[in-house]
Design a protein. Structure first.
Lengths: 304, 539
């Protein structure tokens, strides 16, 4: 057998304070970034406005594109240079809404660079009301998904566990949102899809560990909860690592080769999967342990 | 092999055969040359001229129907969400307005010639339009969004116009005097007419472009104020023109009620020979219905010597002089059209006016070159991701890894076959969904294999290690799948367009995975361990 991490015996629970620090710092960084940026940076899907992607050959400088677009009257336009040469994203806010933003931008750039070939690659234009509706729908979907997962876990497991699982879930989703904010990426419909997938994966990872804890609690009745958890985590560690590794492999492929549209999606997935792996080992079980210890401390007190 | 194993194998083989059969048209379609693929996309049996041609086109259309379609983000195209503004209609008409608008827009798109347009009602008053393939965006949008309300109105005489302008001047002067409380200079005595360069010359009053906005807001005030008795309609010329070398716009004073409307138009064609002064200038000639023809004859007969304005969506397209009674119910619209505008106009006149204005509230357009790019990138990324996983699985789990890869392959075949059977479209987020399915499928086998390894470490026999490994992992696998499915369902519920594609492929993949990664791989293991009575296993 070709194995990694077999027979590993780490006392995870004794060092859970390290995890609290890592999580605490990550959450703090997320909050700081979100506050500094005034909340998540929503894409046109949610704010309304237009997004135009063009390719110009030969590629001009960003400043040239910016000044051309500015001169044409789109003053608040945001220009972003993409990784492929000559490809630019131009964001127009709602106040500059144009009946045909794509052709208008192409005409503008063509006029400024008569010798260049200007191709219109993509236009996304969302009216203010639709933007608000999509935002509402996205929030509903996230809470619907989390709620359904919560109920399922609560039915299948002890409520103490389901608290830990849900805490881990929020932990992963929130830190991913924070990372998106730190790297100044925007939250659009695809990123919401990524967040929900992360929620699915995170709970999946947690469940695998919890399943094992439950099993071991039955076979090792005499052992303290802390030790049972360590055993369960160590036993499932190789599976956790292997699965996350394979998912990271595919997500990395999407991240580097998938092109602009999948870029934000795979970025969010990458952060989410890495934190999800860590949180299923640490956050979820550590919190379940804390609840259990807390209850055990309380119980004798009540008896007396 | 036991009887039940043989049955399972038989069922699996049938399943694979059905899946491959379902996928065959997709394979055929995408292995074609781009040119013949285009032919398949454009094939419309209704257009065939002879019987042989028709069966051929029908076959092509059937092939297109059965192959997995690519989403707009992959093949390029336009996604438009329209909102029908029914706020100004009485409730009884508002109810039907959206369906009527949909029918009319469908007619227009059909005449525009797009292969496989999709037009759906969404919610109360929205229409979702998807136009695949390459097309002239601006033209398509104009064609779809134009209300196309055609009206024929008589142009008021210059005397009537002046009288109306005087009344308007007095109205605004009174209003402003009320505000300022004093007698005023000329610009305040004639707050309305003083904004025009010329007033009432041949039925038209001309304003410089700088003044157009101000006049327009005054005009709207007038219409809103019911204390002002408005006995006419004020409509702008559709195109700016020049007077004394300066650019501006003409304002027409027209009869309040239309003498005739566009629903009397029976047919319309774009023509290049309508304007004798400007040969080759595009225009539209139209033929009226029988009723419309009689009406038109009466109107023209009663108004010889006056001008008749042809008004489209509140803009005056042209206002020709009526020289004589026109008995045959034919007419033409000229103006400064481009050829495409004239073509559009003829289409919208033929398919009729929308019952209420429509607004584009969401638009997503992907150019064909980006679509191509995305397919290539998506496939490359997906392929590489899958390959890396396959290599890892085989290196790490050896022969068992091969079993997992076979299960994965069957999963992919099943997933694609389901998509073809349900006529689902493959979008870029859909590809991402496939990639995540691969991740989940691999996870399922990792869970099982790790469990079997553990059981083997506890010195169990191969047979019982496989049995307990599967049995124990199964519960976890179900939990994992259900939770991920729950979030996919949430996405499907709220998702728009592409996001839905992601949720659909992911949920299909997960369900199929329960069959392939658990059922089929277990079957292979059983067959393998039972037949050889093995005491070792490559895992």
């Amino acid at each position: 057998m070709f194995e990694i991490l077999h027979g590993i015996n780490v006392d995870w629970m004794r060092r859970r304070r390290i995890a609290y620090m890592v999580s605490g710092l990550s959450i703090l960084a997320s909050i700081v970034s979100l506050v500094m940026h005034g909340g998540p940076r929503y894409g046109v899907d949610f704010t309304g406005g237009s997004l135009v992607e063009v390719r110009m050959t030969p590629p001009p400088e960003v400043d040239q594109v910016r000044s051309a677009v500015d001169r044409a009257g789109f003053h608040g336009a945001e220009i972003q240079k993409l990784n492929s040469p000559g490809q630019f994203l131009i964001r127009l806010s709602l106040s500059e809404q144009h009946a045909s933003p794509g052709p208008a931008v192409v005409r503008t750039l063509q006029a400024a660079h008569p010798n260049a070939k200007v191709e219109l690659l993509r236009v996304e234009s969302v009216g203010p009301r639709v933007g608000a509706e999509l935002r509402g729908a996205a929030i509903k979907a996230v809470f619907l998904a989390l709620g359904m997962i919560l109920i399922y876990v609560a039915i299948r497991y002890d409520w103490r566990y389901s608290m830990g699982a849900v805490a881990a879930l929020f932990h992963d989703v929130f830190i991913t949102l924070g990372a998106i904010s730190i790297f100044n990426k925007e939250v659009n419909l695809t990123v919401v899809a990524a967040l929900l997938t992360i929620a699915g994966f995170s709970i999946n990872d947690t469940i695998v560990v919890f399943d094992r804890i439950r099993e071991r609690r039955q076979t090792l009745r005499r052992e303290p909860a802390e030790k049972v958890m360590n055993i369960a985590i160590n036993e499932t560690l190789s599976r956790t690592i292997i699965t996350s590794f394979t998912v990271v492999l595919t997500v990395l492929a999407l991240f580097f080769l998938g092109g602009e549209v999948l870029h934000d999606f795979s970025f969010a997935m990458l952060v989410g999967v890495i934190y999800g792996t860590y949180s299923s080992v640490y956050v979820a079980s550590a919190l379940a342990l804390e609840t259990q210890l807390y209850l055990e401390r309380k119980k004798p007190a009540r008896k007396r | 092999m036991t009887q039940s194993d043989r049955n399972k194998l038989f069922l699996t083989l049938i399943g694979v055969a059905v899946a491959l059969y379902t996928l065959w048209p997709t394979f055929q379609f995408y292995s074609m040359s781009p040119a013949s693929r285009q032919e398949v996309l454009q094939a419309r049996p209704a257009m065939a001229t002879n019987e042989g041609d028709r069966t051929r086109l029908q076959d092509l259309a059937k092939l297109r129907e059965k192959a997995i379609k690519l989403g707009l983000d992959l093949q390029g195209g336009m996604y438009l969400l329209l909102e029908v503004d029914t706020s100004k209609l009485p409730p009884a008409e508002a109810r039907n307005a959206v369906d009527q608008a949909m029918q009319i827009i469908r007619n227009r798109i059909d005449q525009f010639g797009v292969a496989e347009p999709s037009i759906q009602k969404q919610g109360q008053n929205r229409i979702l339009i998807q136009l695949p393939g390459l097309l002239d965006q601006e033209r398509a949008k104009e064609l779809i969004g134009q209300t196309a309300l055609l009206e024929f109105k008589i142009v008021k005489t210059d005397e009537e116009t002046r009288a109306l302008f005087d009344r308007i001047d007095q109205y605004f002067a009174r209003k402003m005097a009320g505000a300022a409380g004093k007698a005023a200079p000329d610009s305040l005595a004639h707050p309305w007419s003083s904004r025009f360069l010329t007033v009432a010359q041949g039925g038209e009053s001309f304003a410089l472009l700088d003044n157009v906005a101000a006049i327009d807001s005054m005009r709207q005030d007038l219409v809103k104020d019911s204390s002002f008795s408005m006995d006419a309609a004020l409509n702008w010329d559709s195109h700016p023109s020049e007077r004394e070398g300066r650019t501006g716009r003409g304002l027409y004073v027209l009869g309040k009620d239309p003498l005739m409307q566009g629903k009397e138009v029976a047919s319309a064609q774009m023509r290049l020979d309508l304007d004798q002064e400007r040969p080759g200038a595009p225009g539209v000639s139209f033929t009226l219905t029988g009723r419309g023809g009689a009406l038109f004859a009466d109107i023209t007969g009663a108004n010889v010597g006056r001008r008749l304005a042809i008004v489209l969506d509140q803009r005056v397209q042209s206002a020709p002089n009526i020289h004589e009674r026109i008995p045959r119910g034919q007419g033409s619209i000229t103006g400064s059209f481009t050829e495409e505008e004239a073509q559009n106009l003829s289409i919208v006149l033929r398919s009729g006016a929308l019952p209420a204005p429509v607004n584009i509230v969401e638009e997503r357009t992907v150019g064909p070159s980006l679509g191509q790019d995305s397919i290539q990138k998506g496939l490359k990324a997906g392929g590489l991701g899958a390959l890396l996983v396959v290599i890892f699985m085989i290196v790490y789990y050896r022969l068992s890894g091969v079993v997992a890869v076979v299960a994965l392959l069957l999963n992919m075949i099943g997933l694609l076959a389901c998509m073809a059977a349900f006529h689902a479209t493959l979008t870029l987020p859909g590809i991402a969904g496939v990639v995540l399915t691969i991740g989940m499928a691999v996870d399922t086998n990792v869970l099982i294999f790790e469990r079997i390894r553990e059981e083997l470490r506890h010195k169990k026999t191969v047979l019982s290690a496989i049995e307990t490994g599967y049995a124990r992992a199964y519960r976890t696998i179900i939990d994992a799948h259900v939770t991920t499915l729950l979030s996919a369902v949430a996405l499907m519920w709220f998702g728009t367009g592409p996001i839905r594609g992601f949720a659909i492929t992911l949920s299909l993949g997960l369900i199929i995975n329960l069959i392939t990664a658990v059922g089929v791989s277990k079957m292979i293991f059983d067959a393998w361990s039972l037949r050889r009575r093995t005491s070792t296993i490559s895992i």
